[in-house]
Design a protein around this ligand. Structure first.
Ligand code: FAD
Length: 377
C-alpha cells in the first residue's frame, strides 16, 4: 500500500512507525509543514495509567521514552500557601521535542520517509490511505465532510516553560488583585519545567493581559507566581493566550482518509492526555490493519468500532475536568483540603472508596478532617 500521513506530531509519527514495522513492504511518507526539530510547547505529561497502557501495548517504545522521562509518585495542590500532597497519583513527563525526536529517529531507522517543510494545502492524492494527523487546525479535516464540532472553553490559558525545576506535577492557585489564577506545572527535564497559566477571561481583561506584549505578560505571571517561581523566569515558545477548544468529529473517516490525534478530537490538558490519546489512536489504527490487511475500508471501520467507545469515555472525563476550571472563582473559596478533594473527584470517576485504595494517605487525612469537623459541630 501507499500511505500518506499528514503531520509529524506524536500521532502521525507513531502511526507511521507501527505501520512500517507491521508492513515493511508498504510505502509510507510523513508530510510535515515545519522544519525538523521545530515544535511548540515544552513538556508533555503522562499519568502512570497512560504509561501502563503504552508499556503493555508497545514495550519497546515505552522503554525508550521512559529513559528520557522525569517521574514522580505524587501530585501536589497548593492553595493559600498550603501544599496538599496526593499519594498514588504518579506522573511522568518528557520534553515534547525529545518525544518527537525519538519517534522521528525510530521512523527513519525503519524506512519511513519523512518530508519536512511540506505544508499541505489539501488532501494528498494518489495514495491508498491518507491519515490526517495534522493537529487541531487540521487542513485534511477542513477539506472533507468530517462534521467537526468545537466548543470553546471560556478560560484563558498560556503554555510557558521555566528554568525553575519543580518536585512533581503541581497545581498552584494564587489570587492576584485582578482575580484568581492557577498554574499547572511540572519538570520535564533535569533543568526545565512546563508552566501553564490559566485564569477567567474577566480577570485576564482586568489585568490588561489582552493588551500586553509577550514580555509584559510573562512579567505579570512571574509576579502572580513569584513565591512559586523563586526568581526563575518564564520562557516563551510561541506562547500566546488562548481558549481551549473541545473538538469532536461525528465522522471519523471519509473514503480512504481518516483522522487521528488532535485532528480527530482534543482532550483537555488538565488530565494530561492529549498526547496519550494521540498515541493510542495510532496503536488502534495500526491494529485495525493487522485485522483487515489491505482492505482499507474495513480497517477504517474496525478502527472506529474499537476506538470510538474508549475515546468517548476518556473525552467525557476530560471535558468534566475542564469544566471544573471554568468555576475557578468558586473553587478558590474552598479551603486547601476541600479544594484538593473537589479537584480529585472532578471527573466523576473517583469515589471515596477508589481514593482510599489509590491515595490512602490523602484520603486518610480527608476522613480525619471530616471526623474532627463532625466532632466540632
Ligand atoms: C497548553 C497545552 C498543554 C498540553 N499539555 C499536554 C500534556 O501535558 N500532555 C499531553 O499528553 N498533551 C498535552 N497537550 C496536548 C498535546 O500537545 C496534543 O494533544 C498532541 O500534541 C496531539 O498530537 P497530534 O500528533 O495529534 O498533533 P500535533 O502534535 O499538533 O501535531 C500535528 C502536526 O501536524 C503538522 N501540520 C499541521 N498542518 C499541516 C499541514 N497543512 N501540512 C503539513 N503538516 C501540518 C503540525 O506542524 C504538527 O507538527 C497540551 C496541549 C496544549 C495546548
Amino acid at each position: 500500500m501507499r500511505v500518506a500521513i499528514v503531520g509529524a506530531g506524536p500521532a502521525g509519527l507513531f502511526f507511521a512507525l507501527l505501520m512500517k514495522r507491521a508492513r515493511p513492504g508498504d510505502d509510507l511518507v510523513v508530510l510535515e509543514q515545519n522544519p525538523r526539530d521545530a515544535t511548540f510547547g515544552f513538556g508533555v505529561v503522562y499519568s502512570q495509567g497512560a504509561l501502563g497502557f503504552l508499556a503493555r501495548d508497545e514495550p519497546e517504545m515505552h522503554a525508550r521514552l521512559a529513559a528520557a522521562m522525569e517521574s514522580w509518585p505524587i501530585q501536589r495542590i497548593v492553595h493559600r500557601d498550603v501544599a496538599v500532597d496526593i499519594d498514588g497519583n504518579g506522573f511522568s513527563a518528557i520534553a515534547r521535542l525529545k518525544l518527537l525526536q525519538i519517534l522521528a529517529d525510530a521512523c527513519q531507522g525503519s524506512g519511513v520517509r519523512l518530508e519536512f517543510n511540506r505544508a499541505l494545502a489539501g488532501v494528498p492524492g494518489g495514495f491508498d490511505l491518507v491519515v490526517g494527523a495534522d493537529g487541531l487546525n487540521s487542513t485534511v479535516r477542513g477539506k472533507l465532510a468530517f462534521q467537526p464540532r468545537i466548543e470553546w472553553l471560556t478560560n484563558k490559558f498560556v503554555w510557558y516553560g521555566t528554568t525553575k525545576v519543580f518536585d512533581c506535577l503541581t497545581l498552584t492557585f494564587r489570587e492576584s488583585r485582578h482575580g484568581p489564577f492557577v498554574a499547572h506545572h511540572y519538570r520535564y527535564s533535569p533543568t526545565m519545567s512546563t508552566f501553564i497559566v490559566e485564569c477567567e477571561e474577566a480577570s485576564w481583561r482586568r489585568a490588561g493581559l489582552d493588551r500586553m506584549s509577550d514580555a509584559e505578560s510573562r512579567a505579570y505571571c512571574e509576579a502572580v507566581f513569584a513565591k512559586d517561581l523563586g526568581g526563575e523566569p518564564l520562557v516563551s515558545n510561541k506562547s500566546i493566550w488562548r481558549n481551549f477548544p473541545l473538538l469532536t468529529n461525528d465522522t471519523w473517516f471519509v473514503g480512504n482518509t481518516v483522522l487521528i490525534g488532535d485532528a480527530l478530537r482534543t482532550g483537555h490538558f488538565s488530565i494530561g492526555s492529549g498526547t496519550r490519546l494521540a498515541m493510542d489512536d495510532a496503536i488502534a489504527l495500526a491494529r485495525a490493519f493487522d485485522h483487515a490487511g489491505d482492505d482499507v475500508a474495513e480497517a477504517l471501520r474496525e478502527f472506529e468500532r474499537q476506538r470510538r467507545p474508549v475515546v468517548e469515555k476518556l473525552v467525557a472525563a476530560a471535558n468534566r475536568s475542564s469544566y471544573w476550571y471554568e468555576q475557578l472563582s468558586d473553587k478558590m473559596r474552598l479551603d486547601p483540603w476541600q479544594l484538593a478533594y473537589d479537584y480529585m473527584t472532578r471527573s466523576g470517576r473517583m469515589s471515596d472508596e477508589r481514593l482510599e485504595q489509590e491515595a490512602p494517605r490523602f484520603m486518610g487525612a480527608i476522613r480525619a478532617r471530616r471526623r474532627s469537623a463532625a466532632a466540632g459541630s
